[in-house]
Design a protein around this ligand. Sequence first.
Ligand code: NDP
Length: 329
Amino acid sequence: MVRVYHEDDADLSVLDGETISVIGYGNQGRAQALNMRDSRIKVIVGNIPDESFKRAKEDGFDAYTISEAAEKGSIIFILLPDEVQPKVFEEDIEPHLTLGKALVFAHGYNLHYGFLSPPKEVDVILLAPRMVGKFVRELYDKGTGAPVFFCAHQDFTGRAMERALALAKGIGATRVGAMEVTVAEETELDHFSEHFIAPVLSRAFILSYEVLTEMGYTPEAVLLELYASGEMGEVTKSMAVDGLVVQLPFHSKTSQYGQLTYADRVMSDDSKGLIRQIVREIQEGTFAREWQMEQRLGYPVFKKLLERAYQHPINEAERRLKEKIHIDI
Ligand code: NDP
């Protein structure tokens, strides 16, 4: 049975006397640090000396090197890119992990696949917003929040759960709901979205663009219809707020009939075989091993795929469209 926690389940006072070190002042780091400070939690920042470091200072935080911040903090948020976490952890954070400190991760990747192993004498907490950092902040500012997957993954102090809940409250997540899941579930579901849902959408847009323009439709018109108007974003927002099916009546009857009657044709039940295969590759660590190898070799495939994506004529058509229509949603 799923457990979801709300404001009354969490007590910010359990963080009295704690110093939260946010390591990495990027997408998630900035948003979570600002939210926690606005929730009256003591927050400091650790970052390499770069633009993000300067921004933390400008935002009024005491900012330190990663090593100094790890030493000063009793609860350490590791909000660095996943691929750099193991090295930075080993060199700059682990030496400062004294008895009873807590580590907080916004994604379970390194824990789940064993690329990073925290010592036994600390709490390990997963606090993973289901939202990009920009909106973690904007929603908090509006008085609401982004939902999180969370858990007390390792409970050394006996207080890991109350610490996790207080932190979830601090970033605004309990305003909407903090869902307890395992690190495995968060990591694997996150990758599933990235390996199936996102590519289904982007591939559908690219192939549709290629065929429709080949068939004589105006490139800019195709883009505006497919995704560039932002309508698709609003529809998916409505799916979240109202429901996948409940939002159907917001479309015309013709649109509803078209959507329902073509659904099975464009993706039949046979696709479940591919879905199972993708999930197995995530569960067995096939993707994680491939990605590790890719990083070790200097990203050869990643670079090639990115280059191919940026060279696609859709980018030029987007530039032309943006000169004529200014979407602001
Ligand atoms: P970012 O890419 O925004 O980077 C975070 C910070 O790490 C930046 O300040 C960056 O500096 C710094 N950094 C980059 N490289 C290094 C390095 N080699 N050594 C030390 N510091 C470095 O990370 P995200 O916020 O996107 O991701 C942080 C965590 O949050 C990850 O675990 C991710 O999976 C998770 N997450 C991210 C989401 C998102 O919204 N992007 C959504 C949910 C979870 P600089 O700015 O100079 O690059």
